[in-house]
Design a protein around this ligand. Structure first.
Ligand SMILES: Cc1ncc(COP(=O)(O)O)c(C=O)c1O
Length: 371
Protein backbone atom coordinates (compact mmCIF):
# COMPACT_ATOMS: atom_id res chain seq x y z
CA UNK A 1 0.00 0.00 0.00
CA UNK A 2 1.47 3.40 -0.91
CA UNK A 3 0.71 6.80 0.62
CA UNK A 4 2.72 6.61 3.83
CA UNK A 5 1.60 6.00 7.39
CA UNK A 6 -0.53 9.20 7.35
CA UNK A 7 -3.15 7.37 5.30
CA UNK A 8 -4.28 5.51 8.41
CA UNK A 9 -4.31 8.63 10.60
CA UNK A 10 -7.78 9.90 11.55
CA UNK A 11 -8.49 13.24 9.87
CA UNK A 12 -10.01 14.51 13.11
CA UNK A 13 -6.63 13.97 14.84
CA UNK A 14 -4.60 16.07 12.41
CA UNK A 15 -2.41 18.38 14.51
CA UNK A 16 -4.19 21.72 14.54
CA UNK A 17 -6.08 23.38 17.33
CA UNK A 18 -4.35 21.80 20.30
CA UNK A 19 -5.38 22.97 23.80
CA UNK A 20 -2.11 23.63 25.61
CA UNK A 21 -3.22 25.24 28.86
CA UNK A 22 -1.53 28.26 30.47
CA UNK A 23 2.23 28.73 30.57
CA UNK A 24 4.27 27.65 33.63
CA UNK A 25 5.98 30.10 35.97
CA UNK A 26 9.47 28.59 35.44
CA UNK A 27 9.16 29.03 31.68
CA UNK A 28 8.30 32.72 32.07
CA UNK A 29 10.97 33.34 34.74
CA UNK A 30 13.60 31.89 32.41
CA UNK A 31 12.42 33.84 29.38
CA UNK A 32 11.97 37.16 31.14
CA UNK A 33 15.14 36.95 33.24
CA UNK A 34 13.12 38.20 36.23
CA UNK A 35 13.82 37.10 39.78
CA UNK A 36 10.24 37.21 41.02
CA UNK A 37 7.01 36.85 39.22
CA UNK A 38 3.37 36.69 40.38
CA UNK A 39 1.54 33.96 38.50
CA UNK A 40 -2.02 35.24 38.09
CA UNK A 41 -2.70 33.32 34.89
CA UNK A 42 -4.01 29.86 35.80
CA UNK A 43 -6.58 30.42 38.59
CA UNK A 44 -4.55 28.46 41.10
CA UNK A 45 -4.88 28.99 44.85
CA UNK A 46 -2.50 31.76 45.94
CA UNK A 47 -2.42 30.23 49.46
CA UNK A 48 -0.96 26.99 48.13
CA UNK A 49 -2.46 23.58 48.88
CA UNK A 50 -4.84 22.29 51.52
CA UNK A 51 -2.60 21.51 54.55
CA UNK A 52 -4.55 18.27 55.16
CA UNK A 53 -3.77 17.20 51.58
CA UNK A 54 -0.09 18.03 52.03
CA UNK A 55 -0.01 15.98 55.23
CA UNK A 56 -1.55 13.04 53.34
CA UNK A 57 1.09 13.36 50.63
CA UNK A 58 3.89 13.18 53.19
CA UNK A 59 2.25 10.25 54.99
CA UNK A 60 1.89 8.23 51.78
CA UNK A 61 5.11 9.16 49.99
CA UNK A 62 6.79 5.86 50.85
CA UNK A 63 3.93 3.90 49.33
CA UNK A 64 4.73 4.89 45.76
CA UNK A 65 6.87 1.82 45.07
CA UNK A 66 3.65 -0.16 45.19
CA UNK A 67 0.72 0.03 42.80
CA UNK A 68 -2.14 2.17 44.02
CA UNK A 69 -5.59 0.81 44.80
CA UNK A 70 -7.07 -0.98 41.80
CA UNK A 71 -10.23 1.03 42.05
CA UNK A 72 -11.18 4.52 43.18
CA UNK A 73 -13.76 3.18 45.64
CA UNK A 74 -12.12 4.96 48.59
CA UNK A 75 -12.34 8.36 46.93
CA UNK A 76 -15.89 7.77 45.70
CA UNK A 77 -16.94 6.85 49.25
CA UNK A 78 -15.30 10.05 50.55
CA UNK A 79 -17.11 12.06 47.86
CA UNK A 80 -20.44 10.54 48.81
CA UNK A 81 -19.79 11.60 52.41
CA UNK A 82 -18.74 15.09 51.24
CA UNK A 83 -22.12 15.46 49.50
CA UNK A 84 -23.86 14.47 52.73
CA UNK A 85 -24.95 11.11 51.37
CA UNK A 86 -27.27 12.75 48.80
CA UNK A 87 -25.22 10.99 46.10
CA UNK A 88 -24.09 7.37 46.37
CA UNK A 89 -20.48 6.33 45.62
CA UNK A 90 -21.81 4.76 42.39
CA UNK A 91 -22.80 8.21 41.11
CA UNK A 92 -19.19 9.42 40.92
CA UNK A 93 -16.55 8.96 38.27
CA UNK A 94 -13.01 10.02 39.11
CA UNK A 95 -10.33 11.02 36.68
CA UNK A 96 -6.90 12.65 36.30
CA UNK A 97 -8.25 16.25 36.38
CA UNK A 98 -11.21 18.29 35.21
CA UNK A 99 -9.81 18.61 31.74
CA UNK A 100 -9.28 14.85 31.54
CA UNK A 101 -12.92 14.49 32.56
CA UNK A 102 -13.97 16.59 29.56
CA UNK A 103 -11.98 14.17 27.38
CA UNK A 104 -13.63 11.23 29.17
CA UNK A 105 -17.13 12.61 28.60
CA UNK A 106 -16.33 13.35 24.95
CA UNK A 107 -15.06 9.82 24.34
CA UNK A 108 -18.02 8.31 26.15
CA UNK A 109 -20.70 10.10 24.13
CA UNK A 110 -19.31 11.47 20.85
CA UNK A 111 -18.84 9.85 17.48
CA UNK A 112 -18.29 11.31 14.04
CA UNK A 113 -21.44 13.16 13.02
CA UNK A 114 -22.54 13.96 16.58
CA UNK A 115 -22.90 17.53 17.75
CA UNK A 116 -22.18 19.44 20.92
CA UNK A 117 -23.47 22.87 21.88
CA UNK A 118 -21.21 25.36 23.59
CA UNK A 119 -21.79 29.01 24.49
CA UNK A 120 -18.78 31.18 23.77
CA UNK A 121 -16.85 32.72 25.45
CA UNK A 122 -16.16 29.22 26.80
CA UNK A 123 -13.38 26.96 28.05
CA UNK A 124 -11.65 25.71 24.90
CA UNK A 125 -11.26 21.95 25.58
CA UNK A 126 -15.02 21.23 25.12
CA UNK A 127 -14.61 22.17 21.50
CA UNK A 128 -11.13 20.74 20.87
CA UNK A 129 -11.86 17.30 22.32
CA UNK A 130 -15.18 17.00 20.47
CA UNK A 131 -13.51 17.86 17.18
CA UNK A 132 -10.82 15.22 17.76
CA UNK A 133 -13.63 12.66 17.74
CA UNK A 134 -15.08 14.02 14.51
CA UNK A 135 -18.03 15.70 16.23
CA UNK A 136 -19.32 19.12 15.20
CA UNK A 137 -19.45 22.11 17.50
CA UNK A 138 -22.46 24.43 17.49
CA UNK A 139 -21.88 27.75 19.19
CA UNK A 140 -24.82 29.57 20.73
CA UNK A 141 -22.95 32.56 22.21
CA UNK A 142 -23.73 34.00 25.62
CA UNK A 143 -25.69 37.21 25.18
CA UNK A 144 -25.73 40.74 26.52
CA UNK A 145 -23.68 42.66 29.04
CA UNK A 146 -23.93 39.92 31.66
CA UNK A 147 -23.24 36.98 29.35
CA UNK A 148 -26.66 35.39 29.74
CA UNK A 149 -27.35 31.89 28.46
CA UNK A 150 -29.43 31.97 25.26
CA UNK A 151 -31.77 29.15 26.30
CA UNK A 152 -34.11 29.56 23.31
CA UNK A 153 -31.13 29.65 20.94
CA UNK A 154 -29.76 26.42 22.43
CA UNK A 155 -33.13 24.67 22.22
CA UNK A 156 -33.42 25.66 18.55
CA UNK A 157 -30.00 24.16 17.78
CA UNK A 158 -30.82 20.72 19.22
CA UNK A 159 -31.34 18.02 16.59
CA UNK A 160 -31.13 14.22 16.46
CA UNK A 161 -27.30 14.35 16.39
CA UNK A 162 -26.92 16.55 19.47
CA UNK A 163 -25.36 14.71 22.40
CA UNK A 164 -23.86 17.22 24.84
CA UNK A 165 -24.66 20.78 25.92
CA UNK A 166 -21.87 22.37 27.94
CA UNK A 167 -22.70 24.96 30.60
CA UNK A 168 -19.96 26.48 32.74
CA UNK A 169 -20.94 28.18 35.95
CA UNK A 170 -19.06 30.14 37.16
CA UNK A 171 -17.78 30.53 33.63
CA UNK A 172 -14.18 30.62 32.50
CA UNK A 173 -13.27 33.15 31.04
CA UNK A 174 -16.07 35.61 31.92
CA UNK A 175 -16.39 34.78 35.65
CA UNK A 176 -20.18 35.08 35.35
CA UNK A 177 -22.68 32.46 36.56
CA UNK A 178 -25.84 31.06 35.01
CA UNK A 179 -28.88 31.87 37.18
CA UNK A 180 -30.80 28.75 38.29
CA UNK A 181 -34.06 29.66 36.48
CA UNK A 182 -32.19 29.65 33.15
CA UNK A 183 -30.73 26.20 33.79
CA UNK A 184 -34.13 24.95 35.03
CA UNK A 185 -35.75 26.08 31.79
CA UNK A 186 -33.14 24.40 29.62
CA UNK A 187 -33.18 21.11 31.51
CA UNK A 188 -36.99 20.96 31.49
CA UNK A 189 -36.98 21.23 27.71
CA UNK A 190 -34.20 18.94 26.47
CA UNK A 191 -34.97 15.62 24.77
CA UNK A 192 -33.84 12.25 26.18
CA UNK A 193 -30.86 11.80 23.85
CA UNK A 194 -29.10 14.95 25.11
CA UNK A 195 -26.95 15.36 28.22
CA UNK A 196 -26.33 18.71 29.90
CA UNK A 197 -22.77 18.88 31.21
CA UNK A 198 -22.33 21.45 33.97
CA UNK A 199 -18.72 22.40 34.54
CA UNK A 200 -18.60 23.72 38.10
CA UNK A 201 -14.87 23.67 38.91
CA UNK A 202 -15.13 27.15 40.51
CA UNK A 203 -18.30 26.41 42.51
CA UNK A 204 -16.74 27.10 45.92
CA UNK A 205 -16.32 30.78 44.97
CA UNK A 206 -19.88 31.44 43.76
CA UNK A 207 -21.85 33.78 46.06
CA UNK A 208 -24.87 34.78 43.94
CA UNK A 209 -28.21 33.84 45.48
CA UNK A 210 -29.48 32.29 42.26
CA UNK A 211 -26.33 30.23 41.74
CA UNK A 212 -26.78 26.47 41.50
CA UNK A 213 -24.54 23.49 41.00
CA UNK A 214 -25.76 20.40 39.13
CA UNK A 215 -26.72 18.69 42.38
CA UNK A 216 -30.51 19.34 42.35
CA UNK A 217 -30.77 18.11 38.76
CA UNK A 218 -28.77 14.94 39.35
CA UNK A 219 -30.78 14.39 42.51
CA UNK A 220 -33.92 14.52 40.34
CA UNK A 221 -32.45 11.94 37.97
CA UNK A 222 -32.01 14.36 35.05
CA UNK A 223 -29.51 13.65 32.27
CA UNK A 224 -26.90 15.93 33.77
CA UNK A 225 -23.18 15.43 34.45
CA UNK A 226 -21.22 17.74 36.77
CA UNK A 227 -17.47 18.27 36.27
CA UNK A 228 -15.32 19.12 39.29
CA UNK A 229 -11.65 19.53 40.01
CA UNK A 230 -9.19 19.59 42.91
CA UNK A 231 -7.02 22.14 41.03
CA UNK A 232 -8.71 25.36 42.07
CA UNK A 233 -9.99 25.94 45.63
CA UNK A 234 -8.10 22.92 47.06
CA UNK A 235 -4.83 24.08 45.49
CA UNK A 236 -3.87 20.69 44.04
CA UNK A 237 -3.42 21.57 40.35
CA UNK A 238 -0.09 19.72 40.16
CA UNK A 239 -1.65 16.43 41.26
CA UNK A 240 -4.11 16.28 38.33
CA UNK A 241 -7.25 14.96 39.94
CA UNK A 242 -10.93 15.64 39.30
CA UNK A 243 -14.31 13.97 39.32
CA UNK A 244 -17.78 13.97 37.85
CA UNK A 245 -21.16 13.08 39.35
CA UNK A 246 -24.29 12.08 37.55
CA UNK A 247 -27.12 9.60 37.67
CA UNK A 248 -25.97 6.10 38.55
CA UNK A 249 -26.81 4.94 35.03
CA UNK A 250 -24.65 7.57 33.34
CA UNK A 251 -21.81 7.31 35.88
CA UNK A 252 -21.61 3.52 35.56
CA UNK A 253 -21.60 3.81 31.77
CA UNK A 254 -18.79 6.40 31.82
CA UNK A 255 -16.79 4.25 34.24
CA UNK A 256 -16.29 1.71 31.46
CA UNK A 257 -13.59 4.04 30.12
CA UNK A 258 -11.49 3.76 33.26
CA UNK A 259 -8.23 1.83 33.22
CA UNK A 260 -7.00 -0.07 36.30
CA UNK A 261 -4.81 1.95 38.70
CA UNK A 262 -5.89 5.15 36.99
CA UNK A 263 -5.50 7.37 40.04
CA UNK A 264 -2.08 7.40 41.62
CA UNK A 265 -1.74 6.81 45.36
CA UNK A 266 -0.68 10.35 46.24
CA UNK A 267 -3.42 12.11 44.26
CA UNK A 268 -6.14 9.88 45.66
CA UNK A 269 -4.99 10.21 49.29
CA UNK A 270 -4.52 13.98 48.95
CA UNK A 271 -7.97 14.41 47.40
CA UNK A 272 -9.62 12.41 50.20
CA UNK A 273 -7.84 14.53 52.82
CA UNK A 274 -8.69 17.77 50.97
CA UNK A 275 -12.41 16.95 51.06
CA UNK A 276 -12.18 17.06 54.87
CA UNK A 277 -10.36 20.39 54.87
CA UNK A 278 -13.33 22.72 55.29
CA UNK A 279 -11.18 25.24 57.14
CA UNK A 280 -8.84 25.69 54.17
CA UNK A 281 -11.77 26.24 51.82
CA UNK A 282 -13.27 28.83 54.20
CA UNK A 283 -9.98 30.71 54.49
CA UNK A 284 -9.54 30.61 50.70
CA UNK A 285 -13.07 31.78 49.90
CA UNK A 286 -12.91 34.58 52.49
CA UNK A 287 -9.62 35.80 51.07
CA UNK A 288 -10.95 35.74 47.50
CA UNK A 289 -14.10 37.64 48.53
CA UNK A 290 -12.27 40.41 50.36
CA UNK A 291 -9.57 40.71 47.68
CA UNK A 292 -12.27 40.82 45.01
CA UNK A 293 -13.78 43.86 46.73
CA UNK A 294 -10.33 45.49 46.93
CA UNK A 295 -9.72 44.84 43.22
CA UNK A 296 -13.16 46.16 42.16
CA UNK A 297 -12.37 49.41 43.98
CA UNK A 298 -8.95 49.70 42.37
CA UNK A 299 -10.20 48.77 38.88
CA UNK A 300 -12.96 51.39 39.22
CA UNK A 301 -10.39 54.02 40.20
CA UNK A 302 -8.26 53.15 37.15
CA UNK A 303 -11.38 53.14 34.97
CA UNK A 304 -10.68 49.84 33.24
CA UNK A 305 -13.53 47.67 31.93
CA UNK A 306 -14.05 44.46 33.92
CA UNK A 307 -16.76 41.93 34.66
CA UNK A 308 -17.92 41.13 38.20
CA UNK A 309 -16.92 37.58 38.93
CA UNK A 310 -18.30 34.60 40.82
CA UNK A 311 -14.94 32.84 40.49
CA UNK A 312 -11.37 33.35 41.75
CA UNK A 313 -10.42 35.56 38.80
CA UNK A 314 -11.55 38.83 37.23
CA UNK A 315 -11.54 39.32 33.48
CA UNK A 316 -10.63 42.77 32.22
CA UNK A 317 -10.60 44.50 28.84
CA UNK A 318 -7.52 46.69 28.64
CA UNK A 319 -7.60 49.61 26.29
CA UNK A 320 -4.70 48.25 24.23
CA UNK A 321 -3.76 45.21 22.19
CA UNK A 322 -4.13 42.18 24.50
CA UNK A 323 -0.87 40.54 23.42
CA UNK A 324 1.08 43.73 24.02
CA UNK A 325 -0.68 44.09 27.39
CA UNK A 326 0.32 40.56 28.39
CA UNK A 327 3.96 41.25 27.45
CA UNK A 328 3.99 44.52 29.36
CA UNK A 329 2.53 42.79 32.41
CA UNK A 330 5.33 40.21 32.31
CA UNK A 331 7.88 43.04 32.18
CA UNK A 332 6.21 44.24 35.42
CA UNK A 333 6.47 40.75 36.94
CA UNK A 334 2.83 39.67 36.54
CA UNK A 335 1.62 36.67 34.53
CA UNK A 336 -1.93 37.07 33.18
CA UNK A 337 -3.90 35.05 30.61
CA UNK A 338 -5.25 36.35 27.31
CA UNK A 339 -8.58 34.70 26.57
CA UNK A 340 -9.12 35.54 22.89
CA UNK A 341 -8.83 31.80 22.09
CA UNK A 342 -11.79 31.20 24.45
CA UNK A 343 -13.87 33.56 22.29
CA UNK A 344 -13.41 36.60 24.56
CA UNK A 345 -11.65 38.95 22.18
CA UNK A 346 -9.24 41.53 23.53
CA UNK A 347 -9.81 40.36 27.12
CA UNK A 348 -7.41 39.20 29.78
CA UNK A 349 -8.16 36.94 32.76
CA UNK A 350 -6.39 37.69 36.01
CA UNK A 351 -6.44 35.34 39.01
CA UNK A 352 -7.21 36.99 42.34
CA UNK A 353 -4.11 36.85 44.52
CA UNK A 354 -3.35 37.86 48.10
CA UNK A 355 -2.98 41.56 48.96
CA UNK A 356 0.72 41.63 48.06
CA UNK A 357 0.13 40.09 44.62
CA UNK A 358 -2.93 42.24 43.99
CA UNK A 359 -1.12 45.44 44.91
CA UNK A 360 1.69 44.49 42.51
CA UNK A 361 -0.95 43.82 39.83
CA UNK A 362 -2.68 47.17 40.39
CA UNK A 363 0.69 48.98 40.32
CA UNK A 364 1.51 47.29 37.02
CA UNK A 365 -1.90 48.20 35.60
CA UNK A 366 -1.39 51.85 36.56
CA UNK A 367 2.06 52.03 35.06
CA UNK A 368 0.91 50.44 31.79
CA UNK A 369 -2.51 52.03 31.34
CA UNK A 370 -2.48 55.34 33.21
CA UNK A 371 -0.23 57.95 31.66
C1 LIG B 1 -14.02 25.80 33.41
C2 LIG B 1 -12.90 24.86 33.64
N1 LIG B 1 -13.15 23.55 33.59
C3 LIG B 1 -12.18 22.65 33.81
C4 LIG B 1 -10.90 23.03 34.11
C5 LIG B 1 -9.89 21.98 34.30
O1 LIG B 1 -9.20 21.99 35.49
P1 LIG B 1 -8.16 20.85 35.80
O2 LIG B 1 -7.86 20.13 34.53
O3 LIG B 1 -6.96 21.54 36.35
O4 LIG B 1 -8.81 19.96 36.81
C6 LIG B 1 -10.58 24.40 34.17
C7 LIG B 1 -9.21 24.85 34.42
O5 LIG B 1 -8.82 25.95 34.19
C8 LIG B 1 -11.61 25.33 33.93
O6 LIG B 1 -11.38 26.65 33.98
Amino acid sequence: MSGGIEQIFKTSLKPKSEYKGGKGKKEILKKSGKKKIYKLSSNENILGSSPKAVHALITHINAVSEYPDRTDQKLRTALSKFYGGVLSPEQFVTCNSGVAMIDFISRAFLNKGNEIIISNPAFKPYQVFAQKLGATVQDVPLVGKYFNLDVEGILKKINKNTRLIYLTTPNNPTGTHIPKPQIDKLIESIPDHVIVVIDEVYFQFAQAEDYTTALPYVDHDKNVIAINSFSKAYGLAGLRIGYAYSTEKIAQYMSQLRVPFMLNTLSMEAAIAALEDKEFINITVNLINSEKRFLYRELNKIGIKYWKSEANFITIKPDMDDKLFEEKMIEQGIMVRRVASFGHLGCVRVTIGDRQANRAYVRALRSILVS
